[in-house]
Every structure is written in structure tokens, then in C-alpha cells.
Write a protein of this length. Structure first.
Length: 176
């Protein structure tokens, strides 16, 4: 699957609600040939790896009020689900996410496994990852790129993500 088709599928399924986004993505994927599901997942995995950046993890921690390894994976899936322009802008400047978030936590709601689920539903088989043919499937992801820093350091959060910090600090102060 080429990048243009990948982003067309993702952006055509984008919904603000995580569960609705997941179902819309599954519906779009269900219209594709089985072979394209593997290609879609390959592209998705490439984007997940490229977004494994420490500053993006810091932004995810601020947005979600903390962020474990699994939480960061979910955040990256959410980010991909927002579409190409949001994704690319966030990789360049994570604080740009202030343009698309509203002060609430975000949830990728399984977008990273939508192609697997559709494949299993269409074929009745559970050999998706064999077909994906990725040797690294069972290995943990590489550590995030970038110099490590303390996500609990409020001053550092404010410096790195001034717009996100203002948005999420205000939400936490009001308890909304």
C-alpha cells in the first residue's frame, strides 16, 4: 500500500470519539482486499516507530496526566488516527498538538490493531502476523529517540510545551 492510499484510509475514518474512529477505520479497511490489510499495517507500524520520540512522549504524558509504555503506544496510534498533517506537525513540534486537543486525555482505542481485526473477520484465520512477516514482531520497541528528561518536572514541561501546558494546567486547576 502506498502512502497516499494509507493516509486516505486513515483520514477518511477520522472521528473525534475513539470508539467511533476505530469502527470507521475497520469499515474502511473491510472494503480493501486482504493483501492491502498487511500493507496498511506495515505503514502503520512504520509511523508508530517514527513517532517513538522522547519529546512526543513528554507531550503525551502532559495530555494524559501520565503515560506508561503502553499508554505511549496508544497515544501514537491516536496521533496517526488524526491524519497526516497533525502527525507530521507533532513530530516536528509536539506543542502543535495544542491546535487539536481540547484539554481532555486522548485514546487511540485500538487503531493499531484495526487491520488485524478486519483480516481475522474477513478470512477467519489468525495468521496475520505470519503474513506481516516482521521478525521484530515479538521484540519490544526500540527506546524512544532523544535525550531523556523528567516528565514530572513542571518547569521543563512548561518550557517544552508552553501551549499544551497552559491548556492542560487550566483543565487540571478547574477540575474539568
Amino acid at each position: 500500500m502506498d502512502w497516499k492510499q494509507f493516509w486516505k484510509v486513515v483520514e477518511g475514518a477520522a472521528r473525534p470519539d475513539g470508539a467511533e474512529n476505530f469502527e470507521a477505520l475497520k469499515a474502511r479497511l473491510a472494503a480493501l482486499p486482504v493483501e492491502d490489510l498487511v500493507g496498511f499495517q506495515t505503514r502503520f507500524d512504520e509511523l508508530m516507530t517514527a513517532a517513538n520520540v522522547i519529546d512526543l512522549w513528554g507531550a503525551a504524558s502532559l495530555i494524559n496526566g501520565g503515560c506508561s509504555d503502553d499508554g505511549f503506544r496508544d497515544f501514537r496510534a491516536w496521533l496517526i488516527g488524526r491524519g497526516r498533517h497533525v502527525y507530521e506537525a507533532a513530530l516536528k513540534a509536539p506543542d502543535s498538538l495544542a491546535d487539536v486537543v481540547d484539554g481532555d486525555p486522548v485514546d487511540g482505542f485500538g487503531l493499531d490493531v484495526a487491520a488485524v481485526r478486519v483480516y481475522e473477520e474477513k478470512t477467519g484465520r489468525d495468521d496475520f502476523f505470519d503474513r506481516l512477516d516482521r521478525e521484530e514482531a515479538g521484540l519490544p520497541p526500540p527506546p524512544p529517540e532523544g535525550a531523556d528528561w523528567d516528565f514530572e518536572d513542571e518547569g521543563e514541561m512548561r518550557r517544552r510545551f508552553p501551549r499544551l501546558f497552559r491548556l492542560y494546567a487550566a483543565v487540571r486547576e478547574t477540575g474539568a
